[in-house]
Structure formats: structure tokens, C-alpha cells
Design a protein around this ligand. Structure first.
Ligand code: BV8
Length: 243
């Protein structure tokens, strides 16, 4: 079932706030790997060895090189925002109510496309954070153990500005406030495996009585939780829905 144009008209006239959650699937057609598909990142790396605070303590070089490599791929000239990222910019610009875009992705493709009301709940690949002073700085070059924090000048404290498993995602208060007040929640290109993001649909449904829509290549693990669905590549489905 797809979300009907009548429903969209009602929501538009009410200027209903929209919350959109995106995952790795929206960046797949820009050339970035997803995580849990057969060719995904977690098929090649063990989460516990590269994406936990414990991994960083045990083997910082391996963790830094995992993120250095992904940063290099993101800088490849062929990796650019696609038609789905661009359609979400038009939605933000043209919808009469607030559109909050919450991404689990640490790439910068939503920002490059032009989305403004954007939360990177799992952090940003192109930033580093200092464990000594908490300052967040642009990621200048390959990150190594001896690098100096540009804010406090201390060495040995820089880490990727990403949220690892077991760490608290960013800006949760703002996200839950938006979910509790939205009229429409849209989930795009995410498998629904990682919490708390996987639970957002239930917050929107139960606490805001919002309409909920999944856009994905195929039904996700949480597909039954959604009122409406559009299945197919994001570059086809998202522009079709927005325009
Ligand atoms: C937290 C870091 C407390 C950066 C990531 C049991 C044991 C231990 C822990 C837990 C547990 N149960 C729950 C937990 C908590 C844990 C968790 O959920 N674990 C799961 C795995 C069981 N979560 C946490 O630890 C989180 N922190 O809970 O803190 C808390 C919080 C709030 C309130 C109270 C307490 C922290 C989670 C952050 C983890 N960090 N990455 C990095 O290296 O990237 S997660 C990782 O998965 C990615 O970052 C990504 O963002 C995230 C989600 O993945 P998806 O984006 O969904 O990607 P995936 O490959 O899975 O799916 C892609 C989808 O796209 C597929 O459905 C596919 O069909 C579709 N697709 C493909 N191509 C297309 C497409 N769709 C459309 N078009 C296409 N072309």
C-alpha cells in the first residue's frame, strides 16, 4: 500500500510536522556500502573489533584505519548526493510544516545536497572529537594516535566523531520531542536493526498518532510496524513520493 495523495493533501493542509529517518540504503546508489546487505561493511569487518569503545582501547590503529579508509571512499569524486538526497531537500523547502531529517549515516551526502534541518544521530565521518576537551574539529588528514587536538593542543585524545555500539546517540532529546509531535514519520533505507533508531516508528505511532511510511528496497525487519510502504530503489521511490 502506498501513502495516498488524499492523505498527503490533508497532512499538507494541516502543515503537519514530518520526521524522516534515513539509513545506509539512501546512500547506496551514491556508491557507499550498506552495513547488513550481503556485500555490506559488517560482512567484511567484525563490529566488536572496529565499532565499539572497547575496540578503540584495544586496537586504536585498526579502528582509525577502518574510518580513514571510509573517509577516503567518501572523498572519491564519484560519490555525490543522489536523486533521493536531493528530493528530501525539496521536501524541506516546500512542505508548509517543519521537516526534521534524522540520519544514522555518518557520510555528509544530506548536507552536501543542501538539507539544513539535519541531525547526524550517529556522528559524522569527517569530524574528530577530543577525549581530553570534547572539542569537535574537522578531520584534516589520516588520524593517528599521536595527533594533536587543534583546540587544546594535547596529543593522544583524538577519536572519530562517531557513535559506537554501547554509546549514546546524539541529540536524542530533540529527536524524541520531534517524534512526539509529528504528523508523518518516514523511514528510508534502513534495516531497522539498530536501536534506538529502530524504535522511532513506535514512538511516532503511539505517542503522536502519526502516519508512518517505510521506503526501502524490500520490507525491513520492522516493516509490519508501518502504516504505508513504498518498495524499490531510493532514487526512484523518494522523488516519486516527494514530487
Ligand atoms: C545505545 C557507527 C543507549 C558508525 C553505528 C543487545 C546487546 C548490546 C546492545 C544492544 C542490544 N540490543 C540493543 C542494543 C543497543 C544497540 C543496538 O541496537 N544493537 C543492535 C545491533 C542489537 N545500540 C546501541 O548501542 C546504540 N546506543 O543504545 O545507547 C541508549 C540510547 C538511547 C536511549 C537510551 C539508551 C548506538 C548505536 C550506534 C551504532 N553505530 N555505526 C559507523 O561506523 O558507521 S550503527 C550502523 O548501523 C551504522 O552506523 C548505521 O547507521 C546503523 C543502521 O544501519 P542501516 O543504516 O539500517 O544499514 P543496514 O545495512 O542495516 O540496512 C540498509 C537498508 O537499506 C536495508 O534494509 C536495505 O534493504 C536497504 N537498501 C539497500 N539499498 C537500497 C536500500 N533501500 C533503498 N534504496 C536502495 N538503493
Amino acid at each position: 500500500m502506498s501513502i495516498s495523495s488524499t492523505l498527503i493533501e490533508i497532512l499538507r493542509n494541516e502543515a503537519a510536522p514530518i520526521v524522516i529517518l534515513t539509513g545506509a540504503g539512501i546512500s547506496r546508489e551514491s556508491g557507499l556500502h550498506t552495513f547488513r546487505d550481503p556485500d555490506g561493511i559488517w560482512a567484511r569487518y567484525d563490529i566488536s573489533e572496529v565499532a565499539t569503545p572497547e575496540a578503540f582501547i584495544a586496537n586504536p590503529e585498526l579502528v582509525q584505519s577502518f574510518y580513514n579508509d571510509r573517509r577516503q571512499i567518501l572523498h572519491d569524486a564519484s560519490v555525490i548526493p543522489n536523486a533521493a538526497h536531493q528530493a528530501l531537500v525539496r521536501l524541506e523547502q516546500e512542505w508548509p510544516g517543519e521537516v526534521l531529517l534524522v540520519t544514522q549515516n555518518i557520510d555528509d551526502l544530506h548536507g552536501r545536497a543542501g538539507s539544513k534541518n539535519l541531525i547526524h544521530m550517529h556522528g559524522e565521518l569527517l569530524k574528530v572529537r577530543c577525549n581530553h576537551c570534547d572539542a569537535i574539529s574537522p578531520w584534516q588528514d589520516d588520524l593517528g594516535a599521536g595527533d594533536t587536538c587543534p583546540a587544546c593542543g594535547k596529543t593522544g585524545g583524538l577519536r572519530p566523531h562517531v557513535v559506537w555500539f554501547g554509546e549514546m546517540p546524539l541529540e536524542m532529546e530533540r529527536i524524541y520531542q520531534a517524534l512526539e509531535n509529528c504528523g508523518l514519520f518516514i523511514s528510508i533505507g534502513t534495516s531497522g536493526n539498530v536501536y534506538p533508531a529502530a524504535g522511532f516508528v513506535e514512538v511516532a505511532h503511539h505517542q503522536a498518532q502519526a502516519e508512518t511510511l517505510e521506503i526501502n528496497l524490500e520490507p525491513s525487519d520492522g516493516a509490519s510496524l508501518f502504516d504505508h510502504a513504498l518498495y524499490g530503489p531510493a532514487t526512484k521511490c523518494v522523488p516519486e513520493f516527494v514530487d
